[in-house]
Design a protein around this ligand. Sequence first.
Ligand code: ATP
Ligand code: MG
Ligand code: MG
Length: 554
Amino acid sequence: EGKKSLNFIEQIIEEDLSKDYKQEELKFRFPPEPNGYLHIGHASSICLNFGLGERYDAPVNLRFDDTNPMKEEQEYVDAIKKDVEWLGFKWAKECYASDYFQQLYDWAVEMIKNSDAYVDSQTSEEIAEQKGTPTEPGKESPYRNRSVGENLALFEQMKNGETPERGHVLRAKIDMASPNMLMRDPVMYRCLHKSHHRTGNDWMIYPMYDWAHGQSDFIEGVSHSFCTLEFLPHRELYNWFVEKVSKPGDFKPKQREFARRNLSHTVVSKRKLLQLVEKGIVDSWDDPRMPTISGLRRRGYTPASIRKFADSIGVGKRENLIDVAHLEFCAREDLNKVAPRVMAVLDPVKLVITNYPEGEEEWLEAENNPEDESAGSRKIPFSREIYIEKEDFKEEANRKFFRLTLGKEVRLKNAYIIKGESVVKDDNGNITEIHCTYDPKSKSGSGTEESLRKVKGTLHWVSIKHALEAEIRLYDRLFTEEVPDGIKDKDYLDFINPDSLQITTGYLEPGLKNAEIGENVQFQRIGYFCVDKDSTTAKPVFNRTVSLRDSWAK
Ligand code: ATP
Ligand code: MG
Ligand code: MG
Protein backbone atom coordinates (compact mmCIF):
# COMPACT_ATOMS: atom_id res chain seq x y z
CA GLU A 1 0.00 0.00 0.00
CA GLY A 2 1.23 3.46 -0.90
CA LYS A 3 2.18 5.98 1.73
CA LYS A 4 -0.61 8.21 2.85
CA SER A 5 0.31 11.84 3.21
CA LEU A 6 0.10 13.19 6.74
CA ASN A 7 -3.08 14.88 7.82
CA PHE A 8 -2.82 18.16 9.70
CA ILE A 9 -3.15 16.45 13.09
CA GLU A 10 -0.27 14.11 12.28
CA GLN A 11 1.71 17.10 11.06
CA ILE A 12 1.24 18.78 14.45
CA ILE A 13 2.57 15.67 16.19
CA GLU A 14 5.49 15.25 13.79
CA GLU A 15 6.45 18.85 14.35
CA ASP A 16 6.28 18.42 18.12
CA LEU A 17 8.44 15.31 17.85
CA SER A 18 10.99 17.18 15.77
CA LYS A 19 11.18 19.84 18.49
CA ASP A 20 10.80 19.04 22.16
CA TYR A 21 8.49 16.00 22.47
CA LYS A 22 9.77 12.48 23.00
CA GLN A 23 7.94 9.63 21.35
CA GLU A 24 7.26 8.04 24.76
CA GLU A 25 5.56 11.23 25.94
CA LEU A 26 2.81 10.90 23.37
CA LYS A 27 -0.55 10.04 24.91
CA PHE A 28 -4.08 10.56 23.65
CA ARG A 29 -7.61 10.13 24.93
CA PHE A 30 -11.14 9.71 23.67
CA PRO A 31 -13.39 11.68 26.07
CA PRO A 32 -17.11 10.96 25.66
CA GLU A 33 -19.71 12.34 28.00
CA PRO A 34 -21.84 9.35 29.07
CA ASN A 35 -25.10 11.15 28.28
CA GLY A 36 -26.13 8.98 25.34
CA TYR A 37 -24.95 6.33 22.92
CA LEU A 38 -22.06 7.02 20.58
CA HIS A 39 -22.87 7.98 17.01
CA ILE A 40 -21.04 7.93 13.70
CA GLY A 41 -19.51 11.35 14.47
CA HIS A 42 -17.88 9.85 17.54
CA ALA A 43 -16.55 7.04 15.38
CA SER A 44 -14.46 9.68 13.60
CA SER A 45 -13.03 10.89 16.89
CA ILE A 46 -12.42 7.31 18.09
CA CYS A 47 -10.63 6.38 14.86
CA LEU A 48 -8.61 9.59 15.02
CA ASN A 49 -7.40 9.15 18.60
CA PHE A 50 -6.95 5.39 18.61
CA GLY A 51 -5.52 5.59 15.10
CA LEU A 52 -2.85 7.97 16.41
CA GLY A 53 -2.22 5.56 19.25
CA GLU A 54 -1.55 2.77 16.75
CA ARG A 55 0.54 4.95 14.49
CA TYR A 56 2.78 6.28 17.27
CA ASP A 57 2.61 3.26 19.53
CA ALA A 58 1.20 5.52 22.23
CA PRO A 59 -1.41 4.87 24.94
CA VAL A 60 -4.96 6.10 24.45
CA ASN A 61 -7.23 6.52 27.45
CA LEU A 62 -10.97 6.12 27.41
CA ARG A 63 -12.07 9.01 29.57
CA PHE A 64 -15.61 9.56 30.62
CA ASP A 65 -16.32 13.25 30.93
CA ASP A 66 -18.89 12.69 33.65
CA THR A 67 -19.30 16.09 35.22
CA ASN A 68 -23.04 16.54 34.71
CA PRO A 69 -25.00 14.09 36.90
CA MET A 70 -28.31 15.30 35.47
CA LYS A 71 -27.77 13.63 32.10
CA GLU A 72 -25.31 10.84 32.72
CA GLU A 73 -25.98 7.20 33.41
CA GLN A 74 -24.15 3.92 33.87
CA GLU A 75 -26.11 2.46 30.94
CA TYR A 76 -24.35 4.92 28.66
CA VAL A 77 -20.93 4.14 30.12
CA ASP A 78 -21.46 0.44 29.40
CA ALA A 79 -22.73 1.09 25.88
CA ILE A 80 -19.78 3.35 25.06
CA LYS A 81 -17.26 0.75 26.22
CA LYS A 82 -18.97 -1.91 24.15
CA ASP A 83 -18.93 0.27 21.04
CA VAL A 84 -15.27 1.24 21.27
CA GLU A 85 -14.30 -2.39 21.80
CA TRP A 86 -16.49 -3.54 18.95
CA LEU A 87 -14.76 -1.09 16.62
CA GLY A 88 -11.62 -3.00 17.51
CA PHE A 89 -9.77 -0.58 19.77
CA LYS A 90 -8.15 -1.12 23.16
CA TRP A 91 -7.79 1.69 25.63
CA ALA A 92 -4.79 1.94 27.91
CA LYS A 93 -6.83 3.10 30.93
CA GLU A 94 -10.47 3.58 31.68
CA CYS A 95 -10.69 6.98 33.36
CA TYR A 96 -13.42 9.20 34.72
CA ALA A 97 -13.38 12.94 35.27
CA SER A 98 -15.27 12.09 38.48
CA ASP A 99 -12.15 10.29 39.74
CA TYR A 100 -10.56 13.73 39.87
CA PHE A 101 -13.29 15.55 41.80
CA GLN A 102 -11.20 15.70 44.98
CA GLN A 103 -8.08 16.86 43.17
CA LEU A 104 -10.07 19.48 41.28
CA TYR A 105 -11.58 20.67 44.55
CA ASP A 106 -8.18 20.92 46.20
CA TRP A 107 -6.85 22.90 43.27
CA ALA A 108 -9.86 25.21 43.40
CA VAL A 109 -9.12 25.88 47.09
CA GLU A 110 -5.53 26.74 46.12
CA MET A 111 -6.82 29.10 43.50
CA ILE A 112 -9.05 30.83 46.02
CA LYS A 113 -6.04 31.23 48.32
CA ASN A 114 -4.07 32.77 45.46
CA SER A 115 -6.97 35.11 44.62
CA ASP A 116 -7.47 33.34 41.30
CA ALA A 117 -11.05 32.35 42.10
CA TYR A 118 -14.00 33.75 44.04
CA VAL A 119 -17.51 32.84 45.08
CA ASP A 120 -20.16 34.83 43.27
CA SER A 121 -23.60 35.08 44.87
CA GLN A 122 -25.40 36.59 41.94
CA THR A 123 -27.98 34.79 39.85
CA SER A 124 -26.91 33.28 36.57
CA GLU A 125 -29.01 35.94 34.82
CA GLU A 126 -27.11 38.74 36.56
CA ILE A 127 -23.81 37.11 35.70
CA ALA A 128 -24.86 36.77 32.07
CA GLU A 129 -25.89 40.43 31.91
CA GLN A 130 -22.49 41.54 33.13
CA LYS A 131 -20.62 39.49 30.55
CA GLY A 132 -20.68 42.35 28.02
CA THR A 133 -20.39 41.74 24.30
CA PRO A 134 -17.39 40.78 22.18
CA THR A 135 -16.80 44.47 21.46
CA GLU A 136 -17.68 45.84 24.90
CA PRO A 137 -15.95 44.87 28.13
CA GLY A 138 -18.02 43.19 30.83
CA LYS A 139 -18.73 44.48 34.33
CA GLU A 140 -17.02 43.09 37.36
CA SER A 141 -19.17 41.27 39.89
CA PRO A 142 -19.75 43.08 43.19
CA TYR A 143 -18.50 39.88 44.87
CA ARG A 144 -15.24 39.79 42.93
CA ASN A 145 -13.16 41.15 45.77
CA ARG A 146 -14.45 39.02 48.59
CA SER A 147 -11.77 38.13 51.09
CA VAL A 148 -9.98 34.81 50.79
CA GLY A 149 -11.39 33.75 54.14
CA GLU A 150 -14.97 34.45 53.14
CA ASN A 151 -14.49 32.70 49.79
CA LEU A 152 -13.07 29.61 51.47
CA ALA A 153 -15.92 29.46 53.96
CA LEU A 154 -18.58 29.88 51.27
CA PHE A 155 -16.95 27.36 48.96
CA GLU A 156 -16.91 24.82 51.73
CA GLN A 157 -20.60 25.43 52.38
CA MET A 158 -21.27 24.91 48.67
CA LYS A 159 -19.41 21.65 48.76
CA ASN A 160 -21.34 20.43 51.77
CA GLY A 161 -24.67 21.17 50.16
CA GLU A 162 -25.46 23.96 52.64
CA THR A 163 -26.01 26.41 49.80
CA PRO A 164 -29.15 26.06 47.72
CA GLU A 165 -28.72 25.09 44.08
CA ARG A 166 -28.20 28.31 42.12
CA GLY A 167 -27.18 29.99 45.39
CA HIS A 168 -23.51 30.58 44.63
CA VAL A 169 -21.02 29.67 41.96
CA LEU A 170 -17.26 29.61 42.03
CA ARG A 171 -15.69 31.73 39.29
CA ALA A 172 -12.16 32.06 38.05
CA LYS A 173 -10.84 35.58 38.45
CA ILE A 174 -9.37 36.38 35.07
CA ASP A 175 -10.33 39.45 33.08
CA MET A 176 -13.80 40.92 32.52
CA ALA A 177 -12.41 42.97 29.63
CA SER A 178 -10.80 40.09 27.76
CA PRO A 179 -11.63 40.04 24.06
CA ASN A 180 -12.26 36.31 24.58
CA MET A 181 -15.66 36.11 26.27
CA LEU A 182 -14.76 32.78 27.81
CA MET A 183 -12.00 34.48 29.79
CA ARG A 184 -14.44 36.83 31.50
CA ASP A 185 -14.43 35.13 34.87
CA PRO A 186 -15.82 31.77 33.78
CA VAL A 187 -17.78 29.63 36.21
CA MET A 188 -15.78 26.72 37.64
CA TYR A 189 -18.36 25.13 39.95
CA ARG A 190 -22.09 25.10 40.38
CA CYS A 191 -24.18 23.72 43.22
CA LEU A 192 -26.11 20.67 42.12
CA HIS A 193 -27.78 18.59 44.77
CA LYS A 194 -27.88 15.57 42.52
CA SER A 195 -26.66 12.08 42.93
CA HIS A 196 -23.92 11.07 40.51
CA HIS A 197 -23.80 7.63 38.87
CA ARG A 198 -20.33 7.03 40.32
CA THR A 199 -19.79 9.36 43.26
CA GLY A 200 -23.31 9.09 44.66
CA ASN A 201 -24.03 11.95 47.08
CA ASP A 202 -20.39 12.71 47.87
CA TRP A 203 -20.51 15.97 45.98
CA MET A 204 -23.03 18.75 45.99
CA ILE A 205 -20.94 20.86 43.64
CA TYR A 206 -19.88 19.79 40.18
CA PRO A 207 -17.09 21.21 38.01
CA MET A 208 -17.83 22.83 34.67
CA TYR A 209 -16.43 21.27 31.50
CA ASP A 210 -13.66 23.86 31.08
CA TRP A 211 -12.45 23.40 34.60
CA ALA A 212 -12.50 19.60 34.43
CA HIS A 213 -11.34 18.76 30.94
CA GLY A 214 -7.85 20.23 30.69
CA GLN A 215 -7.08 19.21 34.27
CA SER A 216 -8.10 15.63 33.50
CA ASP A 217 -5.74 15.70 30.53
CA PHE A 218 -3.00 17.10 32.75
CA ILE A 219 -3.52 14.50 35.48
CA GLU A 220 -3.39 11.65 32.97
CA GLY A 221 -0.34 13.01 31.17
CA VAL A 222 -2.16 13.39 27.87
CA SER A 223 0.11 15.08 25.34
CA HIS A 224 -2.44 16.05 22.71
CA SER A 225 -6.06 16.69 23.50
CA PHE A 226 -8.01 16.71 20.26
CA CYS A 227 -11.46 18.18 20.30
CA THR A 228 -13.92 19.62 17.85
CA LEU A 229 -13.69 23.14 16.46
CA GLU A 230 -16.23 24.78 18.73
CA PHE A 231 -13.62 24.46 21.47
CA LEU A 232 -11.11 26.66 19.67
CA PRO A 233 -12.01 29.74 21.74
CA HIS A 234 -11.76 27.56 24.88
CA ARG A 235 -8.09 26.89 24.20
CA GLU A 236 -6.94 30.07 25.93
CA LEU A 237 -8.91 29.13 29.04
CA TYR A 238 -7.68 25.53 28.83
CA ASN A 239 -4.10 26.83 28.94
CA TRP A 240 -4.85 29.34 31.68
CA PHE A 241 -6.23 26.66 34.01
CA VAL A 242 -3.42 24.20 33.28
CA GLU A 243 -0.94 26.98 33.98
CA LYS A 244 -2.60 27.62 37.36
CA VAL A 245 -2.52 24.02 38.55
CA SER A 246 0.90 23.00 37.21
CA LYS A 247 4.37 23.74 38.33
CA PRO A 248 7.15 25.05 36.08
CA GLY A 249 8.65 22.16 34.15
CA ASP A 250 5.54 19.95 34.37
CA PHE A 251 4.55 18.16 31.17
CA LYS A 252 1.46 19.96 29.92
CA PRO A 253 -1.24 18.83 27.52
CA LYS A 254 -2.00 20.73 24.39
CA GLN A 255 -5.48 21.21 22.98
CA ARG A 256 -5.90 21.16 19.21
CA GLU A 257 -9.09 21.22 17.19
CA PHE A 258 -10.53 19.39 14.22
CA ALA A 259 -13.84 19.70 12.39
CA ARG A 260 -16.96 17.79 13.29
CA ARG A 261 -18.18 15.27 10.76
CA ASN A 262 -21.83 15.41 9.88
CA LEU A 263 -23.77 12.79 8.00
CA SER A 264 -26.57 13.54 5.57
CA HIS A 265 -30.19 12.47 6.15
CA THR A 266 -29.68 12.12 9.88
CA VAL A 267 -28.71 14.03 12.99
CA VAL A 268 -25.48 13.45 14.87
CA SER A 269 -26.14 14.81 18.32
CA LYS A 270 -26.82 12.69 21.35
CA ARG A 271 -29.39 15.17 22.56
CA LYS A 272 -31.37 14.97 19.32
CA LEU A 273 -31.02 11.20 19.09
CA LEU A 274 -32.33 10.91 22.65
CA GLN A 275 -35.44 12.78 21.48
CA LEU A 276 -36.03 10.18 18.79
CA VAL A 277 -35.90 7.45 21.42
CA GLU A 278 -38.00 9.30 23.99
CA LYS A 279 -40.68 10.26 21.49
CA GLY A 280 -40.88 6.69 20.24
CA ILE A 281 -39.94 7.65 16.68
CA VAL A 282 -37.41 4.84 16.84
CA ASP A 283 -37.55 1.82 19.13
CA SER A 284 -34.29 2.31 20.95
CA TRP A 285 -30.78 3.71 20.74
CA ASP A 286 -29.79 0.67 18.71
CA ASP A 287 -32.71 0.87 16.32
CA PRO A 288 -31.13 -0.01 12.95
CA ARG A 289 -32.20 3.38 11.55
CA MET A 290 -30.16 5.26 14.13
CA PRO A 291 -26.73 6.67 13.18
CA THR A 292 -25.45 5.32 16.47
CA ILE A 293 -22.63 2.81 16.45
CA SER A 294 -24.97 0.32 18.12
CA GLY A 295 -27.68 1.01 15.52
CA LEU A 296 -25.23 0.54 12.68
CA ARG A 297 -23.99 -2.68 14.26
CA ARG A 298 -27.53 -4.02 14.52
CA ARG A 299 -28.20 -2.87 10.96
CA GLY A 300 -25.35 -5.12 9.83
CA TYR A 301 -22.43 -2.72 9.47
CA THR A 302 -19.09 -4.31 10.21
CA PRO A 303 -16.40 -2.62 12.32
CA ALA A 304 -14.16 -2.62 9.23
CA SER A 305 -16.75 -0.73 7.21
CA ILE A 306 -17.07 1.99 9.85
CA ARG A 307 -13.32 2.31 10.28
CA LYS A 308 -12.93 2.49 6.55
CA PHE A 309 -15.55 5.22 6.45
CA ALA A 310 -13.83 7.25 9.14
CA ASP A 311 -10.42 6.83 7.53
CA SER A 312 -11.65 7.74 4.08
CA ILE A 313 -13.24 11.01 5.20
CA GLY A 314 -10.17 11.75 7.32
CA VAL A 315 -9.78 14.75 9.59
CA GLY A 316 -10.45 18.25 8.42
CA LYS A 317 -10.28 21.84 9.53
CA ARG A 318 -13.67 22.75 8.20
CA GLU A 319 -17.02 21.25 9.06
CA ASN A 320 -18.60 19.34 6.25
CA LEU A 321 -21.47 17.09 5.41
CA ILE A 322 -20.74 13.54 4.31
CA ASP A 323 -23.39 11.93 2.16
CA VAL A 324 -24.82 8.83 3.81
CA ALA A 325 -24.33 7.17 0.41
CA HIS A 326 -20.61 7.17 1.18
CA LEU A 327 -21.20 5.28 4.42
CA GLU A 328 -23.33 2.79 2.50
CA PHE A 329 -20.62 2.45 -0.11
CA CYS A 330 -18.13 1.53 2.63
CA ALA A 331 -20.57 -1.10 3.93
CA ARG A 332 -20.99 -2.65 0.49
CA GLU A 333 -17.27 -2.71 -0.11
CA ASP A 334 -16.57 -4.67 3.02
CA LEU A 335 -19.64 -6.89 2.90
CA ASN A 336 -18.88 -7.80 -0.70
CA LYS A 337 -15.69 -9.38 0.57
CA VAL A 338 -17.03 -11.11 3.65
CA ALA A 339 -20.75 -11.81 3.29
CA PRO A 340 -21.76 -15.27 2.02
CA ARG A 341 -24.16 -15.28 -0.92
CA VAL A 342 -27.53 -16.85 -0.36
CA MET A 343 -30.88 -16.84 -2.15
CA ALA A 344 -34.01 -15.21 -0.80
CA VAL A 345 -37.21 -14.14 -2.51
CA LEU A 346 -38.92 -11.13 -0.98
CA ASP A 347 -41.87 -10.59 -3.32
CA PRO A 348 -42.71 -14.08 -4.50
CA VAL A 349 -44.65 -15.55 -7.38
CA LYS A 350 -44.99 -19.30 -7.78
CA LEU A 351 -43.23 -20.96 -10.69
CA VAL A 352 -43.95 -24.56 -11.69
CA ILE A 353 -41.47 -26.53 -13.77
CA THR A 354 -43.91 -28.75 -15.59
CA ASN A 355 -41.43 -31.30 -16.92
CA TYR A 356 -39.67 -31.75 -13.55
CA PRO A 357 -40.84 -34.98 -11.90
CA GLU A 358 -43.43 -34.43 -9.19
CA GLY A 359 -42.34 -35.21 -5.64
CA GLU A 360 -38.68 -35.22 -6.57
CA GLU A 361 -35.97 -32.94 -5.25
CA GLU A 362 -32.23 -32.58 -5.61
CA TRP A 363 -29.55 -30.73 -3.73
CA LEU A 364 -27.43 -28.47 -5.88
CA GLU A 365 -23.96 -27.12 -5.27
CA ALA A 366 -23.78 -23.35 -4.68
CA GLU A 367 -20.68 -21.24 -4.26
CA ASN A 368 -20.66 -19.24 -1.03
CA ASN A 369 -18.64 -16.25 -2.13
CA PRO A 370 -17.06 -15.67 -5.53
CA GLU A 371 -14.85 -13.02 -3.87
CA ASP A 372 -13.44 -15.50 -1.40
CA GLU A 373 -12.37 -18.98 -2.50
CA SER A 374 -11.89 -20.15 1.07
CA ALA A 375 -15.61 -19.57 1.72
CA GLY A 376 -16.40 -22.91 0.05
CA SER A 377 -19.80 -24.03 -1.10
CA ARG A 378 -23.10 -25.37 0.22
CA LYS A 379 -26.02 -27.47 -0.99
CA ILE A 380 -29.39 -25.96 -1.78
CA PRO A 381 -32.61 -27.84 -2.53
CA PHE A 382 -34.33 -27.68 -5.90
CA SER A 383 -37.79 -29.00 -6.76
CA ARG A 384 -40.69 -28.68 -9.18
CA GLU A 385 -42.22 -25.64 -7.47
CA ILE A 386 -40.15 -22.59 -6.71
CA TYR A 387 -40.59 -18.92 -5.90
CA ILE A 388 -39.08 -16.19 -8.02
CA GLU A 389 -39.48 -12.43 -7.62
CA LYS A 390 -42.62 -11.02 -9.22
CA GLU A 391 -40.61 -8.33 -10.93
CA ASP A 392 -38.47 -10.97 -12.64
CA PHE A 393 -41.33 -12.02 -14.90
CA LYS A 394 -43.29 -10.25 -17.61
CA GLU A 395 -45.67 -11.96 -20.00
CA GLU A 396 -44.41 -9.80 -22.77
CA ALA A 397 -41.38 -7.61 -22.71
CA ASN A 398 -39.12 -5.68 -25.01
CA ARG A 399 -35.65 -6.88 -25.92
CA LYS A 400 -34.03 -5.04 -23.02
CA PHE A 401 -35.82 -7.16 -20.43
CA PHE A 402 -33.31 -9.91 -19.65
CA ARG A 403 -35.46 -11.74 -17.15
CA LEU A 404 -38.19 -14.29 -17.71
CA THR A 405 -40.89 -13.90 -20.37
CA LEU A 406 -43.03 -16.36 -22.27
CA GLY A 407 -41.09 -18.14 -24.96
CA LYS A 408 -37.66 -17.04 -23.70
CA GLU A 409 -34.96 -18.73 -21.65
CA VAL A 410 -33.23 -17.65 -18.46
CA ARG A 411 -30.95 -19.45 -16.05
CA LEU A 412 -31.95 -20.21 -12.49
CA LYS A 413 -28.88 -19.45 -10.39
CA ASN A 414 -26.94 -22.62 -9.48
CA ALA A 415 -29.60 -24.72 -11.25
CA TYR A 416 -31.03 -25.08 -14.74
CA ILE A 417 -32.07 -23.11 -17.78
CA ILE A 418 -35.84 -22.71 -17.92
CA LYS A 419 -38.22 -21.41 -20.57
CA GLY A 420 -41.49 -19.53 -19.97
CA GLU A 421 -44.47 -21.45 -21.34
CA SER A 422 -47.73 -20.11 -19.89
CA VAL A 423 -49.35 -18.38 -16.94
CA VAL A 424 -52.28 -19.06 -14.64
CA LYS A 425 -54.30 -16.01 -13.55
CA ASP A 426 -56.98 -15.34 -10.97
CA ASP A 427 -60.32 -13.65 -11.71
CA ASN A 428 -58.73 -10.20 -11.47
CA GLY A 429 -56.11 -11.05 -14.03
CA ASN A 430 -53.25 -11.34 -11.54
CA ILE A 431 -50.69 -13.99 -12.27
CA THR A 432 -50.82 -16.76 -9.67
CA GLU A 433 -48.50 -19.25 -11.36
CA ILE A 434 -45.90 -19.21 -14.08
CA HIS A 435 -45.45 -22.48 -15.94
CA CYS A 436 -42.04 -23.27 -17.37
CA THR A 437 -40.08 -26.18 -18.76
CA TYR A 438 -36.48 -26.85 -17.90
CA ASP A 439 -33.59 -28.32 -19.82
CA PRO A 440 -32.34 -31.27 -17.69
CA LYS A 441 -28.94 -31.18 -19.41
CA SER A 442 -28.28 -27.54 -18.52
CA LYS A 443 -27.35 -27.97 -14.86
CA SER A 444 -24.88 -25.31 -13.64
CA GLY A 445 -21.35 -26.56 -13.32
CA SER A 446 -22.05 -29.85 -15.11
CA GLY A 447 -19.82 -28.85 -18.03
CA THR A 448 -22.25 -30.07 -20.69
CA GLU A 449 -22.73 -28.17 -23.91
CA GLU A 450 -26.23 -27.26 -22.75
CA SER A 451 -24.99 -25.93 -19.44
CA LEU A 452 -22.57 -23.64 -21.25
CA ARG A 453 -25.27 -22.19 -23.47
CA LYS A 454 -25.43 -18.41 -23.20
CA VAL A 455 -28.68 -17.01 -21.84
CA LYS A 456 -29.13 -13.35 -21.06
CA GLY A 457 -30.59 -13.46 -17.58
CA THR A 458 -29.97 -15.28 -14.32
CA LEU A 459 -32.62 -15.31 -11.61
CA HIS A 460 -32.51 -16.21 -7.95
CA TRP A 461 -35.17 -18.54 -6.62
CA VAL A 462 -36.14 -20.66 -3.62
CA SER A 463 -37.75 -24.11 -3.55
CA ILE A 464 -41.21 -23.58 -2.07
CA LYS A 465 -41.46 -26.70 0.03
CA HIS A 466 -38.01 -26.12 1.56
CA ALA A 467 -38.27 -22.35 2.00
CA LEU A 468 -37.58 -20.76 5.36
CA GLU A 469 -40.08 -18.03 6.10
CA ALA A 470 -38.58 -14.97 7.72
CA GLU A 471 -39.55 -11.48 8.72
CA ILE A 472 -37.63 -9.02 6.60
CA ARG A 473 -37.10 -5.47 7.82
CA LEU A 474 -36.37 -3.09 5.00
CA TYR A 475 -34.78 0.05 6.37
CA ASP A 476 -34.43 3.32 4.63
CA ARG A 477 -33.23 6.79 5.61
CA LEU A 478 -34.78 8.10 8.77
CA PHE A 479 -35.10 11.66 7.46
CA THR A 480 -36.30 12.96 4.13
CA GLU A 481 -34.08 16.06 4.25
CA GLU A 482 -30.36 16.10 3.68
CA VAL A 483 -29.78 18.28 6.75
CA PRO A 484 -32.93 17.81 8.84
CA ASP A 485 -31.64 20.00 11.65
CA GLY A 486 -30.44 22.74 9.34
CA ILE A 487 -33.68 24.15 8.01
CA LYS A 488 -34.74 27.58 9.14
CA ASP A 489 -37.83 27.79 11.31
CA LYS A 490 -38.27 24.03 11.16
CA ASP A 491 -37.63 21.25 13.57
CA TYR A 492 -35.70 18.14 12.55
CA LEU A 493 -38.63 16.09 13.82
CA ASP A 494 -40.72 17.56 10.97
CA PHE A 495 -38.69 15.57 8.46
CA ILE A 496 -39.08 11.99 9.59
CA ASN A 497 -39.33 9.63 6.62
CA PRO A 498 -42.63 7.78 7.10
CA ASP A 499 -41.28 4.87 5.04
CA SER A 500 -38.06 4.37 6.95
CA LEU A 501 -39.16 0.85 7.89
CA GLN A 502 -41.13 -1.63 5.84
CA ILE A 503 -41.76 -5.12 7.11
CA THR A 504 -42.33 -7.99 4.74
CA THR A 505 -42.13 -11.76 4.63
CA GLY A 506 -39.26 -13.35 2.77
CA TYR A 507 -38.65 -16.92 1.60
CA LEU A 508 -35.09 -18.01 2.22
CA GLU A 509 -33.00 -21.02 1.38
CA PRO A 510 -33.35 -23.37 4.36
CA GLY A 511 -29.72 -23.37 5.48
CA LEU A 512 -30.30 -19.89 6.89
CA LYS A 513 -32.20 -21.35 9.82
CA ASN A 514 -28.79 -21.83 11.42
CA ALA A 515 -27.66 -18.24 10.94
CA GLU A 516 -26.67 -16.52 14.15
CA ILE A 517 -27.65 -13.09 15.41
CA GLY A 518 -25.50 -10.46 13.74
CA GLU A 519 -24.45 -12.72 10.86
CA ASN A 520 -24.10 -10.93 7.52
CA VAL A 521 -25.27 -12.39 4.23
CA GLN A 522 -25.90 -11.17 0.73
CA PHE A 523 -29.34 -11.98 -0.63
CA GLN A 524 -28.24 -12.35 -4.22
CA ARG A 525 -29.44 -9.62 -6.55
CA ILE A 526 -31.13 -7.82 -3.62
CA GLY A 527 -28.76 -6.57 -0.98
CA TYR A 528 -26.88 -7.22 2.23
CA PHE A 529 -28.85 -8.44 5.23
CA CYS A 530 -28.07 -9.52 8.75
CA VAL A 531 -29.83 -11.49 11.43
CA ASP A 532 -31.53 -9.17 13.89
CA LYS A 533 -31.34 -9.66 17.64
CA ASP A 534 -35.14 -10.24 17.68
CA SER A 535 -34.59 -13.35 15.58
CA THR A 536 -35.60 -16.77 16.95
CA THR A 537 -35.60 -20.25 15.42
CA ALA A 538 -39.38 -20.09 15.26
CA LYS A 539 -39.35 -16.65 13.69
CA PRO A 540 -36.16 -15.57 11.96
CA VAL A 541 -35.76 -11.81 11.44
CA PHE A 542 -33.42 -10.22 8.92
CA ASN A 543 -32.47 -6.54 8.59
CA ARG A 544 -31.51 -4.99 5.32
CA THR A 545 -28.15 -3.36 5.82
CA VAL A 546 -27.89 -1.86 2.33
CA SER A 547 -29.22 -2.66 -1.09
CA LEU A 548 -26.72 -3.84 -3.67
CA ARG A 549 -26.82 -0.55 -5.49
CA ASP A 550 -27.56 2.95 -4.34
CA SER A 551 -31.25 3.28 -5.16
CA TRP A 552 -31.09 7.01 -4.45
CA ALA A 553 -28.42 7.72 -7.06
CA LYS A 554 -29.65 9.75 -10.01
P1 ATP B 1 -23.05 15.32 21.14
O1 ATP B 1 -23.58 16.67 20.86
O2 ATP B 1 -23.50 14.32 20.17
O3 ATP B 1 -23.27 14.92 22.55
P2 ATP B 1 -20.40 15.90 21.94
O4 ATP B 1 -19.26 16.49 21.21
O5 ATP B 1 -20.99 16.70 23.03
O6 ATP B 1 -21.48 15.45 20.88
P3 ATP B 1 -18.88 14.05 23.50
O7 ATP B 1 -19.36 12.86 24.20
O8 ATP B 1 -18.42 15.18 24.30
O9 ATP B 1 -20.04 14.48 22.49
O10 ATP B 1 -17.78 13.64 22.42
C1 ATP B 1 -16.62 12.88 22.64
C2 ATP B 1 -15.64 13.23 21.57
O11 ATP B 1 -16.19 12.98 20.28
C3 ATP B 1 -15.29 14.71 21.63
O12 ATP B 1 -13.90 14.86 21.47
C4 ATP B 1 -16.06 15.28 20.47
O13 ATP B 1 -15.47 16.45 20.02
C5 ATP B 1 -16.07 14.13 19.46
N1 ATP B 1 -17.20 14.25 18.55
C6 ATP B 1 -18.50 14.35 18.86
N2 ATP B 1 -19.26 14.48 17.77
C7 ATP B 1 -18.42 14.46 16.71
C8 ATP B 1 -18.59 14.57 15.30
N3 ATP B 1 -19.80 14.73 14.76
N4 ATP B 1 -17.49 14.51 14.52
C9 ATP B 1 -16.28 14.34 15.06
N5 ATP B 1 -16.05 14.24 16.36
C10 ATP B 1 -17.10 14.30 17.20
MG1 MG C 1 -19.00 17.22 24.96
MG1 MG D 1 -22.80 16.91 24.08
